[in-house]
Write a protein that binds this ligand. Structure first.
Ligand code: GTP
Length: 597
């Protein structure tokens, strides 16, 4: 295909504004799948994504579009995730494209995530075509949203394409805009091969699959390819494109996206952003890569059954093949035995990995409290990086601790602004900016990441009935007065529950966790004391009364439905119990205990 007939583009949008629906419509319009095959959104191809209704991995699809000018174009579409945890995936897709469709829900307008993504696209030199989606809704205000796009983002929106991805209205208009308004890729098929490694994942039948974008030269089946950063060489067994199913082809040329399968065994060979070249005729230098994602939230994952340790290790290795942003290393806990300390991009990422481990790999796990990465300077001058509260040295040996801060942008309708400002200041936030975009306020806050990792996003959503949008960037480290809070159950420290907090919040949080654990730990045949302590100083305490032998007898007095729920909860909990001394603690208690409100 001549380059002039290729368009590589991504769709960027705030969560729920309709990216996946639009992508599906475009696939349908290009006849890549029959209606029967379109039963589910194709791009969201993991069960979890479908259930949560969010896009996690960037996916790519190749479409053939017969345009009005009589030519048939090859359209390579990259879907991008909408959640803040996965912002790095966005940069990865953008690096592989020349243009973006900016999808904005015409009944909602511009959101924080829209802004963040669009700035990334502008940085990547993209041509941007605004698309106003959901014009079928009575609440749609395309003119107002156009004005907003111009005012807030600063790109012309006069000829924004108005569509309804749901009803299929004007999908043709989108396809024509891709062809006429986005630039074709550039590159020379005769030059030495340079292809960018965009993503890699593990396929149970084929092994490692590598997603690439060819910049220069041709990538052919059978050649020996070389990874320019590691120097590793592999014979390419298969080259193919996604249409949208994996379809083998002989070669892919400049401007094209596709996959290769080269029996690559170790993920160490597949660095995202690496340049792939031909071992026989290598390129002189690598393409400018994009920055690797750094895990900012860590927690321990331990098998409930110690025998599952090897299985957990294998499963983590497989997940890592699919997800280079996920990190792990072996860890031993006094209370939980052998496990792994794992690093994630954010809390959603953590929850997703945990769910995949239990669902796809059938593992029962206990997760410890999520923690951010602290920089500690000891009194003797040495520095330590701490991502496990259990490893925190004694305060007397610490000169000072620094914690990571973020810069958060929150957009919210005026009437919820008060609640948002209160939430931010409760979490030690410092206001950096407050402006208005129509009737929506845009608050920019600096916040300690530590205060955001547990449940900030959930709280924000519930305080604003889901109307707030949130986005953040890392914003350096600052010294802080931090302490470790230990949780004791019947005097036994549960190291898995210890956490680090600002001294000013330690008592409130300690008390909240004890109160929560009181509800989460089922009554047992003896009294249970739950305590929170800093060092040897107890700062909070709760007691769970002993269970009377005849549980059901209680149902005849008081609130029966509540009791029934309690019994069901106990039954549910039995499946995943962990023994601490004499006390059994359900696995669900570990994460739930750390949510604050
Ligand atoms: P993520 O994948 O989570 O980032 O979201 P998304 O932007 O891909 O949104 P998705 O396509 O899943 O659409 C979100 C919701 O909006 C779904 O319930 C769609 O059915 C609905 N939706 C999408 N397009 C339209 C539209 O044109 N009109 C109406 N009324 N609803 C739409």
């Amino acid at each position: 295909t001549p380059l002039s007939l290729i368009r590589n583009f991504s769709i960027i949008a705030h969560i729920d504004h309709g990216k996946s629906t639009l992508a599906d419509r475009m696939i349908q319009a290009c006849g890549a799948l029959t209606a029967r095959e379109m039963t589910n959104q194709v791009l969201d191809n993991m069960d979890l994504e479908r259930e949560r209704g969010i896009t996690i991995k960037a996916q790519t699809v190749r479409l053939l579009y017969p345009a009005k000018d009589g030519q048939t174009y090859v359209l390579n579409l990259m879907d991008t995730p909408g959640h803040v945890d996965f912002a790095y995936e966005v940069s990865r897709s953008l690096a592989a494209c020349e243009g973006s469709l900016l999808v904005v829900d015409a009944s909602q307008g511009v959101e924080a995530q829209t802004l963040a993504n669009v700035y990334q696209a502008i940085d990547a030199n993209h041509e941007i075509v605004p698309i106003l989606n959901k014009v079928d809704l009575p609440a749609a205000e395309p003119e107002r949203v156009k004005a907003q796009i111009e005012e807030v983002i600063g790109i012309p929106a006069d000829d924004a394409v108005e569509i309804s991805a749901k009803t299929g209205l004007n999908i043709e208009g989108v396809l024509e805009a891709v062809v006429t308004r986005l630039p074709p890729p550039q590159g020379d098929a005769e030059k030495p091969l340079q292809a960018m490694l965009i993503d890699s994942w593990y396929d149970p039948y084929l092994g490692v699959i590598v997603l690439v974008r060819v910049k220069e030269g041709r990538l052919r089946r059978g050649i020996k390819m070389r990874m320019m950063s590691s120097g590793a060489v592999h014979q390419i067994d298969q080259v193919g494109v996604f249409s949208p199913r994996m379809t083998p082809v002989d070669s892919i040329g400049p401007g094209e996206m596709g996959y290769i399968n080269a029996a690559i065994k170790t993920v160490a060979d597949c660095n995202v952003g690496d340049t792939i070249t031909d071992d026989r005729r290598p390129a002189e230098k690598a393409l400018a890569g994009f920055k690797p994602s750094i895990p900012v939230v860590w927690c321990g994952l331990f098998p409930v059954v110690a025998d599952d340790f090897e299985k957990l290790r294998d499963s983590l290795a497989k997940l890592r093949l699919n997800d280079a942003s996920f990190h792990y290393e072996a860890e031993t806990s006094a209370a939980l035995g052998f496990g792994f300390r794992c690093g994630f991009l954010g809390l959603l990422h953590l929850e997703i990995i945990q769910e995949r481990l239990s669902r796809e790999f059938d593992l029962d796990l206990i997760a410890t409290a999520p923690s951010v990465v602290y920089n500690i300077t000891m009194t003797n001058g040495t520095k330590e990086v701490l991502h496990n509260p259990a490893d925190m040295p004694d305060l007397s040996q610490i000169d000072h601790i620094e914690e990571p801060w973020i810069k958060a942008t929150i957009m919210v309708p005026d009437e919820y602004l008060g609640a948002v400002l209160t939430l931010c200041s409760e979490r030690r936030g410092v206001q950096a900016d407050l402006t208005y975009v129509g009737t929506r306020a845009m608050a920019v806050y600096r916040l300690p990441l530590n205060e955001v990792v547990f449940d900030f996003y959930d709280r924000l959503k519930s305080l604003t009935r889901g109307y707030a949008s949130f986005d953040y960037q890392m914003d350096g480290y600052e010294e802080s007065d931090l302490v470790r809070i230990s949780i004791l159950v019947n005097q036994e420290p549960v190291d898995a529950l210890s956490f680090i907090a600002h001294r000013s919040a330690s008592e409130t949080r300690g008390r909240a966790i004890c109160a929560r654990l009181k509800d989460l730990i089922p009554r047992q045949l003896f009294k249970i004391a739950i305590q929170a302590a800093i060092g040897s100083k107890v700062i909070a305490r709760e007691t769970i009364g002993a269970l009377s032998k005849d549980v059901t007898a209680k149902c005849y007095g008081g609130d029966i439905s509540r009791k029934r729920k309690l019994l069901e909860k106990q039954k549910e909990g039995k499946k995943r119990m962990r023994q601490f001394g004499k006390v059994e603690i359900p696995q669900s208690a570990f994460l739930a205990a750390l949510k604050m409100d």
